[in-house]
Design a protein around this ligand. Sequence first.
Ligand code: ADP
Ligand code: MG
Length: 612
Amino acid sequence: MEHNNQIKILPEYIANQIAAGEVVQRPESVVKELVENSLDAGATSIGIVVKGSGKTLIHVLDNGKGMSREDLELAPLRHSTSKILTQEDLEKIQTYGFRGEALASISAVASVEIRTKRAQDEHGWSLKSEPNQPFQISPVNCDNGTQVFVRNLFFNVPARKKFLKSDITEYRYITETVTRFAVIHYDKRLVYYDSDNLVYDLHPSSQEERIKNVFGENIASEVVKVDFSTDLVSIKGFIGKPAAARPTGNYQHLFVNQRPVVSKNLNYAIFAPFEHQLEKNYKPFYVINIEIDPRKVDINIHPQKHEVKFDDEKLIFSALHRAVTEVLAKYNFTSVHKVDKSEKSPFSRFEVSESSKENILVNRSTGEVIDRSSAFKQSSNWHAPIDRSFGTTGQSSRSAFDLLFDVAPKSDFQPPKDRIEISDDAQFLQIHNKYILMQSPSGVFIIDQHNAHERILYEKALRAMNSDFSNMQVLLFPISSAIEPSQIAIAREIDQELRKLGFDFKLYPDGKIEIMGVPLDISESEAISSFSEILSEYVKLLQIKHSTKRDSLAASYACRSAVKTGQKLSPEEMLNLARNLMQCNMPYVCPHGRPVVLEISLRELDKSFKRV
Ligand code: ADP
Ligand code: MG
């Protein structure tokens, strides 16, 4: 028998579950929606408690205006909102919420309880809901404001649950979101618990003070104020000097009317003025809010409202670009890379142990150590960092510029025959505070100072972690500071490795860390910043390549502790660097796989000058 109607209206339960997927993708989305509701309700104090990275419990409580019994009954229904009524309202939204979807979506995929009380009511009301079941409403005694408990998220949608990432990752997402609220709502009290661990306990303060409490003194001491207006927008916040730049993405906070937004284009407006002041892959720190007439921006183009559309994005872009450029120009940050003679030289204490002379095979694209066998293997997957055949392959038609800058290695892996001997009276020339030129037996070497030091420290770190030899210096005075909660979680995960590397530390439940010892190449004054930057870099490395904890940690340590591009080096420092480099197992490639030394042969130079 043939049916004429194949199309059916989905049962409400299923429709809600599908719709929920757009708003509630992970525990972090729930936290975000609930905190936004609290802010929309005018709360000045907000508490957040998560258990099991939000999978077991998310509890958000506020001292906002609360709901009447009648409103409470409507709140968890789809498209129920108190925030807009008309098309006109939709065009000038001042609140975070307006779709009336969050509570409905959350209720479709979790057990939810809402307790709420308005100041004028004698007692409050509780609403309990289970997916696909009628609500239960009953009177309760509770404080003014609203509390929402979300339990067992996705318990009825196993496919969703399976899709979630590891606990530590989900926890990080939540914490990043809480952090974003914290830096923009600095005038509010915010308390955040991860199970029994107090992560944030923030009191109303200035934004600068809040940045300090959230990101730590090291970042806070390197930020400057941005305050710039045009007819169209007002741009306010803080940006970090180049010295506060980090090789990670967690320090960029852009808001439009206090709503966190993701925009490659606008981020670029902020990055661009920093060009040439930052190392490759380093990103500036910033917390910037763009205030604009809500009628000139559309926030209704993305289910989670991460994206916005401006009437005229070019104008916003140029205003932002100018705001940042002016601040940078005012402070003339280019001078921050000057060597401070009072600081310890990054090389002074470094020695390569003579005992570890076996060779290491390195993957050229990742810099990972693959094999520590005593002989280099001949394999087409492994490439020499230096193209030793350079100059013999008939490239005489290339210009000198090409020769200097386009010397990408191409040959198969071929270890250099000899280590370069560095005599005591070797001459070095540092150019652009970036490269070191040195005469080689058959031409000239160009050493990338940062890559070279990275390689040295990387091998040293690996040695420290693979031996019982202590790489630690005890600090005279232990230093304690707040560190980011997500970093505490990582520190717990690689506790053993960090200790072998040379850190001695204690983590406290209130989000503080005390550092008692640091690896030999880290100066006392940098103990906290190094620790947290190494962890950030570590997470990034783990995400892009699948190497061991030790290898990733060694590479992160090296990257963080190595002398920076832009730092002036003394002749002794250059000598030390070159010597130490040549004692490395694999001097010619940095842990990230970039070349460390390039050689231009005399022959090639002669050819270029038409001498041969
Ligand atoms: P939206 O925020 O888009 O309006 P939600 O589903 O998030 O939709 O919330 C529905 C309604 O429930 C809100 O419009 C508001 O009236 C009420 N509500 C939700 N959370 C709170 C809260 N913490 N305090 C007071 N009212 C709330
Ligand atoms: Mg909402």
